[in-house]
Design a protein around this ligand. Structure first.
Ligand SMILES: *[C@@H]1O[C@H](CO)[C@@H](O)[C@H](O)[C@H]1NC(C)=O
Ligand SMILES: *[C@@H]1O[C@H](CO)[C@@H](O)[C@H](O)[C@H]1NC(C)=O
Ligand SMILES: *[C@@H]1O[C@H](CO)[C@@H](O)[C@H](O)[C@H]1NC(C)=O
Ligand SMILES: *[C@@H]1O[C@H](CO)[C@@H](O)[C@H](O)[C@H]1NC(C)=O
Ligand SMILES: *[C@@H]1O[C@H](CO)[C@@H](O)[C@H](O)[C@H]1NC(C)=O
Length: 203
């Protein structure tokens, strides 16, 4: 069943150390502890890998989203990020540089503000090279997985897929992006491999 996504996403490179809390059962998702280190580590470049939602408009958006990367920069205020998003919607690459993310530390919530559209999600405790969100919209839940690079380990993928199942999603309801749909870099920093993940510029 899963075979279709495994070849694209997995690079068995031993990128991560052992997880302390792997569980085949439905371990509850733990909200991230929102200290300075957690908030700071959100800075920089991320690749959106997969997601699922119960909310039909989000499902429609996810269906169009073939590939997406986003970069968080320090915003104008504390706990605010400016966001640049590069995404392929159907066939077309779109660059957005006007959205913002606000961090509410007390409840581990991030809001994404794109013009008039505000969406909300809880930041989930994870490996530092993953960015996992639990999205809320009315009474609908969604989950999304992003990572520092387009490759996640088999273990990371399986853990996320287990969470999808725990939240009542079938795996075939998840929308998965593919690096083959990456947008060509246009004036972006290129060819530095993992260097982009190292230290985002502060300032
Ligand atoms: C967290 O960062 C803020 C501002 O960057 C600073 O004022 C505060 O002292 C830091 N807190 C800790 C616990 O380091
Ligand atoms: C963040 O975006 C706002 C416009 O939305 C802009 O005025 C501000 O200069 C940006 N901040 C940084 C640090 O780029
Ligand atoms: C993507 O394709 C679908 C189906 O053809 C269409 O309904 C939708 O409007 C398209 N979205 C964009 C952003 O082009
Ligand atoms: C966003 O991009 C536009 C067009 O490239 C540019 O004029 C504008 O200054 C950018 N805004 C930010 C906040 O970077
Ligand atoms: C978290 O707190 C913010 C600000 O107090 C609030 O607007 C938001 O609804 C809260 N998020 C959740 C998921 O309850």
């Amino acid at each position: 069943m899963l075979a279709f996504l495994v070849p694209v996403l997995i690079l068995a490179m031993g990128l991560v150390g052992a997880h302390g809390t792997e569980s085949p059962t439905c371990a509850p998702l733990v909200p991230a502890d929102m200290d300075n280190a957690t908030v700071d580590r959100l800075l920089g470049h991320w690749v959106y890998i997969m997601g699922a939602s119960q909310y039909p408009p989000h499902m429609a958006e996810m269906r169009e989203l073939k590939y997406a990367t986003f970069t968080l920069f320090p915003g104008s205020h504390e706990d605010e990020f400016n966001v640049t998003e590069i995404m392929r919607l159907n066939e077309t690459c779109v660059v957005k540089n006007s959205s913002k993310i606000h961090v509410f530390r007390h409840n581990s919530t991030l809001t994404h503000e794109d013009g008039q559209v505000v969406s909300m999600a809880e930041l989930i405790h994870s490996d530092k090279d993953l960015f996992i969100l639990k999205h809320f919209k009315d009474n609908h839940v969604g989950l999304s997985l992003s990572a520092r690079t387009a490759e996640v380990t088999k273990e990371q993928l399986e853990e996320f897929e287990a969470q999808l199942r725990c939240h009542g999603f079938k795996l075939e309801e998840a929308f998965i992006t593919s690096p083959k749909d990456a947008c060509p870099a246009a004036g972006e920093e290129t060819g530095e491999g993992s260097a982009a993940t190292a230290e985002p510029q502060l300032g």
